[in-house]
Design a protein around this ligand. Structure first.
Ligand SMILES: [Zn+2]
Length: 409
């Protein structure tokens, strides 16, 4: 009996051990099976690539070159060169501007670079595509296909042009264009007064029903205290296009109203606060001082020749431009120069940058206008009107502006 019992236990143990070994192996196999399913799923995912191209957006920083940006983006030098040279006939990639971006698109399957996109300016775009079979690049420069809608905006100024735009839901970039259209007539950082009114008609650019950016300002009105100014965009010919007043005289004058561009001094300022010292014969300050951040570009107010670039006592870094036999303009306290002596400059060219050199308590531009050797107030100087539209084109001008005139009333 005892022996039989022992044998029973032995056999049971053998059976249990065998069974658990079998289960263990089976379990292992089961896990193994599961594992292979998971691997298969990953493989399936790899086989179906995402439908869209992989995009890499590269912001163009100031001072960086196309070559540098492409190297940073991980492109080899030979590929970057190939792109650069295949594009030469359409656009020079050495001219890319800071603040814009280059968009690289990669094939989602092979991760090969397949296209490059660059918006050249507000009107044109550059598209470069790679033929992956022949491994060659093709460049195409084209007009951006905006849907242009004519819209108008208006506002009354309580503190500044900029704040008026903000509180009336007006695109800040349209305000900068408006200031540029009036840049021979008004300086919105200084001339604006509380209660001034403006209205403008412009091309609002849409893509896929979404507003993208402002285009051209077609007509505008600005009521500055007692005075009302109206300007109209007109293309008399390929060479003569721009803004004209109601009589058909170009509003583009010999001098810009201000040596600093409105866009650099637009944000958050209140009426008149941008000029820290006015032209004042009794105090002897025969100049205008513009407060502006260090490094703000200074532009030549008119065409001319640089007659002085360098240090000049209390003026610090100083530039003088001779415009003609009558007028010259001076710019003082600069941080840097962008021109050399004897150089010809055109109206609007950057000649240097705002600084605080010489006798100066903070970054500002001291701006003087000299007429026949006497310092005069550039803000009250009456300049002859710009070129008029030719007699034979006046009818076309009046016809084109008539609907704008009504809209501005
Ligand atoms: Zn000054």
């Amino acid at each position: 009996m005892n022996k039989k019992r022992k044998l029973f236990y032995l056999i049971s143990s053998i059976i249990i051990i065998s069974l658990s070994s079998f289960l263990f192996v089976a379990q292992k196999q089961l896990f193994g099976f599961n594992n292979s399913i998971e691997i298969k799923e990953i493989e399936i995912n790899k086989e179906i690539p995402p439908l869209v191209d992989i995009e890499k957006r590269i912001e163009i920083k100031s001072g960086s070159t196309f070559g540098q940006l492409m190297t940073e983006a991980g492109l080899g030098a030979s590929l970057a060169n190939e792109i650069y040279y295949s594009c030469q006939d359409e656009y020079d990639l050495a001219r890319i501007s800071a603040g814009r971006e280059i968009v690289l698109s990669y094939c989602p399957e092979t991760e090969a670079l397949k296209s490059l996109y660059y918006q050249i300016n507000n009107d044109d775009e550059l598209i470069m595509e790679r033929n992956l079979e022949t491994d060659s690049w093709k460049a195409k420069k084209q007009k951006i296909d905006y849907d242009v809608r004519i819209e108008s905006k208006e506002a009354v100024i309580n503190s500044s042009m900029y704040n008026a735009a903000l509180s009336n839901n007006i695109d800040e970039r349209a305000i900068v264009s408006l200031a540029n259209a009036f840049q021979w007539t008004l300086d919105f950082s200084m001339d604006t007064q509380k209660g001034d009114e403006f209205k403008f008609i412009y091309e609002a650019r849409y893509l896929n029903d979404e507003y993208v950016r402002p285009g051209k300002i077609l007509a505008a009105k600005y009521i500055n205290g007692e005075n009302e100014y109206r300007i109209y965009y007109f293309e008399e010919s390929q060479e003569n296009k721009g803004y004209f007043n109601e009589e058909g005289n170009s509003v583009q004058k010999m001098f810009l109203r201000a040596p600093l561009e409105y866009k650099y001094i637009s944000s958050g300022f209140t009426t008149g606060s941008r000029y820290i010292q006015a032209f004042n014969i009794s105090t002897g300050h025969r100049a205008i001082d513009y407060a502006a951040p260090m490094g703000t570009p200074i532009r030549a107010v008119g065409d001319g020749t640089i007659t002085y670039v360098g240090w000049r006592g209390n003026y610090g870094n100083f530039i003088s431009i001779r415009h003609n036999g009558t007028y010259s303009t001076n710019y003082a306290h600069l941080s840097r120069f962008a021109v050399s002596r004897g150089q010809r400059v055109s109206q609007g060219d950057v000649i240097g940058y705002v600084g605080s050199t010489g006798l100066s308590t903070g970054p500002h531009l001291h701006y003087e206008m000299v007429k026949n050797g006497v310092k005069i107030n550039p803000l009250t100087e009456v300049l002859p009107p710009g070129e008029a539209i030719k007699e034979e084109n006046l009818d076309r001008f009046y016809e084109e502006i008539s609907s704008w005139q009504e809209m501005l009333d």
